[in-house]
Ligand binder design. Structure first.
Ligand code: PLP
Length: 429
C-alpha cells in the first residue's frame, strides 16, 4: 500500500479513499459517483483553524453545498459565507449559528435582504444602491442590520481571469477609493450598523503575495474608517487559497502560508490603530476545505483511436464543469489499475454533446479498456455544486466515507427527476 496525494492510497492496484476500495464502491453504488472522505474535510478545516487560531473561519458554502458536508463543518465550529438565500437556508438548517454567517452577493433580491434582516444575518453590501434598499427594508421592519462593505481592492490575484474577483474591472464590490464615503453614508442611515469590512480577491491563488497586498489595502481603509469614529468589529479577508491540482506544480501554499501572508500585517496594523477592542479577523475558505476531499469516479463506456486516443466515460461536464469552464486540470487515475505501468496517451472525454466536454487531455496512463474506472481527483470544490441535468442526464449519487464505510449523502437522481416541476398545458395532453 502506498500513498498518492496524502489521503488517497493504492492497495492491490486499486485506488482507495478513506480506507474504501473505489472499485467496490463503483459496484455497490454505480457510476458516476462522487466520493468524499469525511476525515479529510475535518483535517482541512482544522488546518485552517490552527493557522488562524484567533480568526473566525467561515466556510464558503458555494464550493460544496452538500448538506452532509455543511453539517460536518457546522459541528467543527465553522461559520459560513453564503451567496444566496438557498445557501443561507442550508447553513442554518445544518446548525451554523446565525451570528457566524455573512450574506454576500453582488445582486441580492429584496426578498433575500429582507430575510437577512428578519433572521439577523450580517450582510456584505456590494453597492450604495443596495445599501439604500437594505436601509429601507430594515427600517420598515424596525430592525438594525449589521453590515460590511465588499471592497474591490484592485489587487491582481494572479489566477485564471474567470476566478479573479478583486480586479478593478470585476463586478464585485465597491471601488476602494469610494469605500470611506460609503461608511460615512451608512453611518447616518436608519436600520444600518456598519460593523465590518470585506474583500475576496479570487480563487485558486498559489502565490500568497496578493493576500499581503490586499491586507495592507484593507487596513488602510480600516484606519480611515476608524478615523470616522466607526469601530469595526470584523475584517473579512475572504479566501481563495489554491490547492495543488497538478502534483508537479511545485509547493502549493498551505493555510500556514496564508496566515504568514496576512497575520503579521493585520496584527501590526490593528495594534497601530490604538483602539481598545481590535476588529476580529474572518477568513472564508471554500476550495481548500473541500477540493481534495473528493473524487469523481466514472466508468469507461468506449475507447476510440481518432485525432486523439479518446476514452469516453459516463460522467461529463454536467457533473464536473471546471475543465470545460476554467480550463482546469484534474489529476486522473485509472482506479482499477492504479499501479499499472503507463502504456499510452489518452484523452478522457464525457458523453455530452459538446466539443468542450473534455476532462483531461493527452495523459499518460495504463492501458485503458471498456469497463475500467476513471477517477478524477480533487473534485470536491465547485464540482457537484455546479452540476446540471444537461443532455437529459440525471445527477449522480454522492457518498461519504468514514473509517472505510460509505454512506449515501445524496441519492442518484432518477429519470423521472428530469420532469421535476415541469407541466404540460392542457392542450398538449
Ligand atoms: C467563492 C468565495 C469564497 C471562497 O473562495 P475559495 O477560492 O473557494 O476559497 C470566499 N468568499 C467569497 C465572497 C466568495 O465569493
Amino acid at each position: 500500500m502506498f500513498t498518492i496525494k496524502d489521503h488517497l492510497e493504492i492497495k492491490n492496484n486499486h485506488l482507495m479513499i478513506g480506507g474504501a476500495d473505489t472499485t467496490v464502491l463503483a459496484e455497490q453504488f454505480g457510476t458516476p459517483l462522487y466520493i468524499t472522505n469525511e476525515s479529510r474535510v475535518i483535517g482541512n478545516f482544522s488546518a485552517y483553524r490552527k493557522a488562524f487560531p484567533d480568526a473566525d473561519i467561515n466556510y464558503a458554502a458555494k464550493a460544496n453545498g452538500s448538506f452532509a458536508i455543511i453539517r460536518i463543518l457546522a459541528r467543527e465550529g465553522a461559520g459560513a459565507d453564503v451567496f444566496s438565500f438557498g445557501e443561507l437556508y442550508m447553513a442554518l438548517l445544518a446548525g451554523i449559528p446565525r451570528e457566524k454567517i455573512l450574506f454576500n452577493g453582488n445582486s441580492k433580491t429584496d426578498f433575500e435582504l429582507q430575510k437577512a434582516v428578519e433572521i439577523g444575518i450580517k450582510v456584505s453590501v456590494d453597492s450604495i444602491d443596495e445599501l439604500h434598499t437594505l436601509s429601507k427594508i430594515a427600517d420598515s421592519l424596525g430592525k438594525t442590520v449589521e453590515i460590511a462593505f465588499r471592497v474591490n481592492p484592485d489587487v491582481s490575484a494572479k489566477t485564471h481571469p474567470k476566478i479573479s474577483t478583486g480586479l478593478r474591472t470585476s463586478k464585485f464590490g465597491i471601488p476602494s477609493e469610494e469605500v470611506v464615503d460609503a461608511y460615512k453614508e451608512a453611518n447616518g442611515l436608519p436600520g444600518i450598523l456598519p460593523a465590518g469590512i470585506h474583500c475576496h480577491i479570487g480563487s485558486q491563488i498559489l502565490d500568497t503575495t496578493p493576500f499581503t497586498e490586499a491586507t495592507h489595502k484593507m487596513m488602510d481603509l480600516v484606519e480611515k474608517i476608524t478615523g470616522l469614529g466607526i469601530n469595526l468589529k470584523f475584517v473579512d479577508m475572504g479566501s481563495g487559497l489554491g490547492i495543488p491540482y497538478k502534483k508537479d506544480e511545485g509547493q502549493a501554499p498551505t493555510p500556514l502560508d496564508h496566515a504568514k501572508a496576512i497575520l503579521p500585517v493585520f496584527e501590526e496594523r490593528t495594534r497601530a490603530l490604538g483602539i481598545s477592542i481590535s476588529p476580529r479577523l474572518v477568513l472564508e475558505p471554500g476550495r481548500f476545505i473541500v477540493a481534495d476531499t473528493t473524487i469523481l469516479l466514472a466508468r469507461v463506456n468506449t475507447v476510440k483511436k481518432a485525432a486523439r486516443n479518446f476514452v469516453g466515460v459516463d460522467a461529463g461536464f454536467n457533473l464536473l464543469v471546471r475543465p470545460t469552464m476554467y480550463d482546469s486540470y484534474h489529476h486522473v487515475v485509472v482506479a482499477n489499475k492504479a499501479n499499472s505501468r503507463p502504456a499510452d496517451t489518452y484523452t478522457i472525454v464525457g458523453p455530452i454533446c459538446e466539443t468542450g466536454d473534455i476532462f483531461a487531455k493527452d495523459r499518460t496512463l495504463p492501458h485503458i479498456e471498456k469497463g475500467d474506472l476513471i477517477a478524477l481527483l480533487d473534485a470536491g470544490a465547485y464540482g457537484f455544486s455546479m452540476s446540471s441535468q444537461y443532455n437529459g442526464r440525471p445527477r449522480c449519487a454522492e457518498v461519504l466515507i468514514k473509517d472505510g464505510e460509505a454512506d449515501v449523502i445524496r441519492s442518484r437522481e432518477d429519470f423521472v427527476d428530469l420532469l421535476n416541476g415541469q407541466k404540460l398545458p392542457a392542450r398538449l395532453m
